[in-house]
Design a protein. Structure first.
Length: 158
């Protein structure tokens, strides 16, 4: 039997939904099903999104200006950075697209982020940094730039 237009629209909407883990400041994480579009992601984090890799097939989106906007500190990452504001954990499907988390990934990240963490504004600000360097000439700048690229390539070979 042929499907109605409404059934087709419902099925298309279902395909665009993602099962994700939402981690809000001062709260335990929870599983949610969200629309897989930019507007929904931006609404969830309260602004423009930033992609942050957790491991080879898992990442999260957070507010790219969370620290500048003074959003609450949420969780500390392995590198010592503190995420400000809500973040949404997703899976990468192997082609660069977002995908729903597996049950195992949900369990893993529910455990990892289960305890809400409290941070002062100062602690969050202390993890924000920018490095500014000045050079005496364009030659010095180019030398430093290419030396840094060589170091990055050496690290990738390890």
């Amino acid at each position: 039997m042929a499907k109605t237009v409404n059934e087709l629209i419902e099925n298309e909407t279902d395909l665009k939904k993602l099962r994700v883990l939402i981690v809000e400041p001062e709260k335990p994480p929870y599983v949610a099903e969200i629309e897989n579009n930019l507007r929904s992601l931006q609404e969830m984090v309260g602004g423009n999104i930033q992609y942050v890799e957790l491991d080879r097939d898992t990442f999260f989106y957070c507010n790219e200006e969370g620290k500048l906007l003074g959003l609450l500190g949420n969780r500390k990452l392995d590198n010592g950075d503190i995420v400000a504001g809500t973040f949404i954990i997703c899976r990468e499907d192997g082609t660069g697209e977002e995908a729903s988390l597996t049950d195992e990934q949900i369990e893993k990240y529910m455990r990892r982020f289960r305890e809400p963490e409290l941070y002062t504004v100062q602690e969050v600000e202390d993890t924000s940094y920018a490095s500014v360097k000045s050079y005496n000439s364009s030659d010095d700048f180019l030398k430093a730039l290419f030396d840094a690229e060589d170091e990055d390539e050496d690290e990738m070979e390890l």
